[in-house]
Design a protein around this ligand. Structure first.
Ligand code: 5GP
Ligand code: ZN
Length: 110
C-alpha cells in the first residue's frame, strides 16, 4: 500500500467503490469518467506505479490482468464485438493515477 494512492485506497476499501470483480490479486471498477460505453479498470491489489516499474517477478500478475480483462469483456457482452485494452505509462502517456491499471474499453455502436 502506497501512501496517498487513490487506487490503493479503493482496493483497501478506504474509499467506497463498486467492485465488478474481486479476487486475491485484483479488483475491477468502472471508470468514473468513461471514454466508451464500457470502460473498466483492472487494478492489482499490489501497488506498482506503472509499467516502467514492472519487474520480471510481476510478469504473471500483469499477464493475469489480461485474463481478468478477457473475462470482464465477456461478462460485459463486448467480447465478440471487440474491445481495447491498454496501459497509459507516465504523464506523457496519459497516466494520471500512478497505480498500475489496465483500461478495458468497448461497447461502441457497430
Ligand atoms: P490513467 O489516465 O491514469 O491511465 O487512468 C486513470 C483513470 O482513472 C481515468 O480514466 C479516470 O477517469 C479514472 N479515475 C480517476 N479517479 C477515479 C475514481 O475515484 N474512481 C474511479 N472509478 N475511477 C477514477
Ligand atoms: Zn497504489
Amino acid at each position: 500500500m502506497a501512501e496517498d494512492c487513490l487506487f490503493c485506497k479503493i482496493v483497501n476499501r478506504q474509499i467506497p467503490s463498486e467492485f465488478l470483480y474481486e479476487d486475491e490479486n485484483f479488483v475491477v471498477i468502472k471508470d468514473i469518467n468513461p471514454h466508451a460505453p464500457v470502460h473498466l479498470l483492472i487494478l492489482p491489489k499490489h501497488h506498482i506505479r506503472s509499467i516502467n516499474d514492472m519487474e520480471k517477478q510481476d510478469s504473471e500478475l500483469v499477464g493475469n490482468m489480461f485474463l481478468v480483462a478477457k473475462q470482464m469483456a465477456k461478462e460485459q457482452g463486448v467480447n465478440e464485438s471487440g474491445y481495447k485494452v491498454g496501459f497509459n505509462v507516465e504523464k506523457g502517456g496519459g497516466q494520471v493515477i500512478f497505480h498500475l491499471h489496465l483500461h478495458l474499453l468497448g461497447g461502441w455502436e457497430k
